[in-house]
Every structure is written in structure tokens, then in C-alpha cells.
Design a protein around this ligand. Structure first.
Ligand SMILES: [Zn+2]
Ligand SMILES: [Zn+2]
Length: 337
């Protein structure tokens, strides 16, 4: 008789699943292109791609616990056409057609369309929304109008939503201290008249553009506290923000201003397993060697051709997350550190 133990069977049923989608940037206008005219933008069809995602999530064998919408839900062009409210209604109608609760991240296009105050009062503020997917909500950080919060959909797993435009020219009143501090910082690195133009210098300095932003000390301290608590509880934490924070996961022109300060905090907490962002429509991925943290930048819906797709479904297991990508988004196995 062979008395050697067979290997344990691989865990096939996930603990839970969730959906991810980024940069829908819907507008009821003709197709256009990005700033450099190197990529086409499908403003109307982005709604159809959201519909495809919703269809997959609402008909899948395991209904996702929630969806992460990683920012830029409608395009800034809506503001120019005085169609911001209408466009948001259209997209939110699509989101609410499914059974899945959505956690919204705020990007630059949210601030092109709405003021910070308006966003806090809108359906894009998911920090206070009643959510059946949440078993434990520790509340958010709303001091100084910062949109950051965390939730735990299942014991031992936590998600932190960050505000990457906390330090920015976007969404801050020109008369505010935050605006003048952000302007001072930006001008130290960028002397162009149009601050949406990156500075001449090569490399990471190119992140100092008006369409990016950063994290205040207040938000960094708050994150540090949240992650300390998560460490003590042996939780697995996924942090999300509109802006990528790892230079190897994005074109530097899309990187958060003080990405280095954020990385330092993420890497000082063993609970952190993954960081997800949007904003760089080409997407990106990098695994940090030392910490083992996965940095995932999701391909944007807006620059995805109508015959493709750009959304993912993540299955979470005890030891890993498995991303099932659709269309432009690659499948990935994200082993926990
Ligand atoms: Zn975008
Ligand atoms: Zn963006």
C-alpha cells in the first residue's frame, strides 16, 4: 500500500470575486483621439463596452461581490457640451442595471466635470453608500474634503480607495490654500505655460503635469494607520487609486506626483498584496521584487476598439487572486507575498 500523502487539491472555488473596469470616459460625441493623436477614443461605444462587462458580471456563475470603477467614468468633453449630468445619468443607469454594488474611484475627468463638493453629494461617492458587499466598514477620511475610505467585503480581506487628486489643481478652488500649494509644487518642476504639457526633462519628472496629482501628508498618515490595523489583523489588502504609483507599471507621464512616498508606506506593511489603478489607458503591470506587491494598471475602456473589451473579473483565494481579463486585458495570477 502506498502511504505517501497525495498533494492537497487546488482550491477551485474562490472565496469571492469582484469586477474591475477603468476609464470609461463616456460622452455622446463622435470618436476622437488622445492628446498626441496616437490613439483613437470611442466616446459613445464605451457605453457598449460597459454593457458587455455588466452582462458578464450579472450572468456569471458566481456573482461578483462588487465592482471597482477606477475613475474617469465620463469624459471632460461633457463639461464643454453642458452634458455632464446627462452623461453621468446614462453611465450610472448602466451600472445600476446589474446586481453588483460599485465602488467608485475619482480621476481627473471627474474633476473636469464636477466640483469636489458636488462629487461628495453625488452617486460617485461610494464611501457612504449602503452596500451589502461590506461586512465591516471602518469609515473614511473626509477631513479637508479628501475622498478616501476602506471596506472589508469578507473577513481577512480589505480594500482601500485612495484620492490621488488630494494634492492637485483639479477639484480645488483657486482661492484655496490647497490650490496654491499644488500650483507652487507643480511650477517647481514644470515651467511650461500650459501645465498639461510635461516638462522637457526625461524620465520620471514628466509626471509633473496638471492632469496628475498626489497624496497629502494627512492622507498618507491615514493610510499608514489603516494598514497598521490590517497588519495586526493579518488581512490581505488591495489599495486602489486613479493614478498608478509604481514607475514600472505605467508611462511616467501618468504617475502620481509623490508616488515614492506612497510606495514607502505600501512596502512597510506586510498586509498589502496589490495596488490597482487606471489613468494610463495602455495599461501596465509590475511585481515589486522586494515586497512581492502586484502593481496593476488597467487598460482604459475609452481607447478600446468596439470589437474588443476592457474589463476583468478577479477571483480571490486564500493564497492568490486570479484576474480573468476580457479583450485587451491579460489574464494574470497574482500570488500573495
Ligand atoms: Zn482616463
Ligand atoms: Zn485619468
Amino acid at each position: 500500500m502506498d502511504d505517501s500523502c497525495p498533494p492537497p487539491p487546488a482550491q477551485t472555488t474562490p472565496l469571492f470575486t469582484f469586477g474591475v473596469i477603468a476609464d470609461i470616459q463616456y460622452a455622446d460625441i463622435e470618436d476622437g483621439s488622445n492628446y498626441k493623436h496616437s490613439r483613437k477614443r470611442y466616446y459613445r461605444n464605451s457605453l457598449q463596452l460597459l454593457r458587455n462587462a455588466q452582462h458578464t458580471w450579472s450572468t456569471s456563475a458566481i456573482t461578483p461581490r462588487f465592482t471597482l470603477q477606477l475613475g474617469d467614468i465620463i469624459d471632460g468633453f461633457n463639461k464643454r457640451h453642458e452634458a455632464s449630468d446627462e452623461a453621468l445619468d446614462t453611465v450610472m443607469r448602466e451600472f445600476s442595471s446589474g446586481p453588483v454594488q460599485v465602488h467608485h474611484v475619482w480621476g481627473n475627468h471627474e474633476f473636469y466635470n464636477f466640483s469636489r463638493d458636488t462629487l461628495f453629494r453625488s452617486r460617485l461617492n461610494s464611501s457612504t453608500a449602503h452596500c451589502e458587499c461590506v461586512t465591516d466598514r471602518q469609515g473614511g477620511l473626509q477631513a479637508d474634503g479628501i475622498y478616501a475610505y476602506h471596506f472589508s467585503p469578507v473577513p481577512k480581506f480589505r480594500f482601500v480607495v485612495l484620492d490621488a487628486y488630494d494634492v492637485s489643481l483639479l477639484g480645488r478652488e483657486e482661492s484655496s490654500v490647497q490650490y496654491s500649494n499644488a500650483l507652487k509644487l507643480l511650477k517647481q518642476h514644470n515651467d511650461n505655460e500650459d501645465l498639461n504639457h510635461p516638462p522637457e526633462s526625461e524620465g520620471l519628472e514628466r509626471r509633473f503635469v496638471k492632469f496628475n496629482g498626489g497624496f497629502s501628508k494627512e492622507q498618507l498618515d491615514w493610510l499608514d494607520t489603516v494598514l497598521t490595523l490590517a497588519d495586526e489583523r493579518s488581512e490581505r489588502v488591495t489599495v486602489v487609486s486613479h493614478l498608478p504609483v509604481h514607475p514600472s507599471s505605467t508611462d511616467p507621464i501618468c504617475l502620481a506626483w509623490n508616488y515614492d512616498e506612497l510606495l514607502e508606506i505600501l512596502h512597510s506593511h506586510g498586509s498589502v498584496v496589490c495596488f490597482m489603478a487606471g489613468h494610463d489607458h495602455d495599461g501596465g503591470y509590475h511585481r515589486d521584487k522586494d515586497s512581492g506587491v502586484h502593481y496593476l494598471t488597467l487598460e482604459g475602456v475609452i481607447e478600446t476598439p468596439p470589437d474588443s473589451d476592457a474589463f476583468g473579473t478577479v477571483s480571490v483565494y486564500d493564497d492568490r487572486m486570479v484576474l480573468k481579463g476580457n479583450g485587451r486585458i491579460a489574464d494574470r495570477e497574482l500570488l500573495f507575498p
